[in-house]
Ligand binder design. Sequence first.
Ligand SMILES: N[C@H](CCC[C@H](N)C(=O)O)C(=O)O
Length: 250
Amino acid sequence: MKFYKYQGTGNDFVMIDNRSNTFQGDVAALCHRRFGIGADGLILIEKEEGYDFRMRYFNADGAEGSMCGNGGRCAVQFASDLGIFEGKTSFIAVDGPHEAEITDKKVSLKMIDVHPLEEVPEGYFLNTGSPHLIIFTENVDAIDVSTEGAKIRYNEYWMAKGGVNVNYVQVLSPSSIKVRTYERGVEDETYSCGTGVTAASIISHFIKGVSTRVEVETLGGNLEVQFDPGSLITKVLLTGPAQKVFEGEL
Ligand SMILES: N[C@H](CCC[C@H](N)C(=O)O)C(=O)O
């Protein structure tokens, strides 16, 4: 079986062209960083009537997950590298249809429309295709994200809701933030989380007055998020690099 490894701001994925529907691997074993290829998740590109492709995303633990923003950007780059489209694409993911564009080596991915944020015990909650908790902090570098994130992700409140991704957010300027994320399904801090960065940007606008075009720093590099605010938040775009790292045969 041929596989490809992609990364988007350090969120890394095993990518498989499953247009012939032959994939049968053990996702958790393939994603394992000691015994496998090593990745935060695995993505299958499949055929879909009316769209360029379907993206199926699995977390590193093997469970078919909710939407993955960085994975979506990598899937778009992968589909382009496979020659499935040129320039602009529309594809379908677990949370519905998406449009995307590749310009200047960056992938711009349109995310789902987002419903207003919710106040929760630890901070704010928003679903941007995946469920995200946002916690504002003065110094995001001082936080032990793996330990603190796990405590929250596994507490009674969030376990009852199927778990959550925990994002620690520091406002850097009126148009920039820094985000560190504990990811459900990876069960550790990742270098970047696209749906988390999207949620953090939207909540930073509503709660901290940050602009609607936000530069976001993550451990793995920079992303940009823009959106139209309103009772429904629309035209949500996540933009940043997505690259092939290597390919191989199993
Ligand atoms: N890394 C992903 C998020 C995966 C979501 C997953 N961790 C879950 O909610 O189960 C992203 O870039 O958006």
